[in-house]
Design a protein around this ligand. Sequence first.
Ligand code: AMP
Ligand code: ZN
Length: 481
Amino acid sequence: MALSLYNTLTRRVEPFTPLLPPRVTIYTCGPTVWQYAHLGNFRTFLFEDLLRRHLEFLGYDVFHIMNLTDVDDRTIKAAAAAGKRLEEHTAPFVQAFFDDRDYLRIQPAHVYPRATEAIPAMVRLVGQLLDKGVAYKGEDGSVYFAIGKFPTYGRLSRLDRRELKVGARVASDEYAKDDPRDFALWKRAEPIDEQVGAAWDAPFGRGRPGWHLECSAMSLDAISRFGVATLDIHAGGIDLIFPHHEDEIAQSEAATGQPFARFWLHGEFLNVRGTKMSKRFGNFLTARDLREQRVDAAAVRLLFWQTHYRQALDFNDEALEGAKEGVKRLGELRARLVERAAVDSARPGVLAELASELLSEFGIALDDDLGAPRAVAALFEFVRAANRELDRGQGGIGTGAAAGAGAALAVFDRVMTVLDVLPTAKALTPEFAAWVEGQLAAREKARRAKDFREADRIRAALRAKGVELEDTPAGTKWRAG
Ligand code: AMP
Ligand code: ZN
């Protein structure tokens, strides 16, 4: 079976094929660095991490772009309120975002273009749109996109004209536009922009980019290295469909004349008691809150995988506790497989068969629009069956029971390259170091007595706890992972 994904553009699950296989270009709208990102934001970034990892699992050569929105209404207001320059205000939040990303084991994107560093590309794009006559300078000095000149406007969000009008009326500056639905590409510099250093010169007037413009310019700029103007996948949270992504399409396609993205993927919200987690509602939790509570990020990941990305997920403590328990069971099973594989690695057997069932079910589940809940169910089915088999093999090797641990371990680790939900290795405490030293002494004794099975068993037991050994002429060295 091949990968299929739900495409917001067509409202259908469709077979996925990239423009130029094996490369897959992905653009994901990144954080607005006016504050710490909350767990809701990270639910979206984690769904994108799953997408990225599954594509790589399938052998695609992924090029992932995530922007940093470091200039927009919110960042400017926040910097002004703090009495700081824009850069000075956003820098710590950029760093915090990267720290949180690493804590949550999200694979880094290949590039992180920053809006403030991509102003020339944005100015060029506005220039192109003006030249083509799809943009105009408003009476207020800002530059607007003329929706009436782009016939397919509204295709992604499928809002009818009346709804579009109502939506746009909420925005300010209506008087300055030819049509109230038009949106700003470039906003004329206001005193507050100058105050924080968020204004740039441009042929069409000093100002700053609109948020939608930033993403169009940065994504097109990033994929120009491949000589294309079409992304394979563009993703974000569901609240970005309108107007953000609709406007990105209008700007990009009006400028290039080519489809902007082949697939549009949108993740559902993380809620708290039925309400979207957001800064505005004050019902948010950050990744650093969880880290301070010493929550293993593996549990957060597992919790998120248990709900499909297109379904709303309610965050609560009981669910998190359940996920912590699941992570522990996964860690324990892996330790058992490692131990068994060390003494009985080569033989085929039941464990290998169970693992091959897991691998096939896992692939089928994720190929079906990233069906992580089903993939996780298959994983825990494997945990139960493998534990049963290992219990049966407790009596020793040679009975035929619990054979195939080496192959099973390889599959288990392969599945983890996508889900990444094993417990974080324990921090090195003095007690732990003393225990390791004790095990090393026992191993040395076994080796002297030529009891190599016992020596190997100890090595495996250490490895299961994340300790790797290296035998050198100067003695055995160890390192905790
Ligand atoms: P922002 O930093 O506000 O630009 O948002 C970054 C990303 O987080 C966007 O893709 C949003 O759609 C997404 N997002 C915001 N709130 C939530 C939430 N409660 N659940 C899931 N995604 C969210
Ligand atoms: Zn965007």
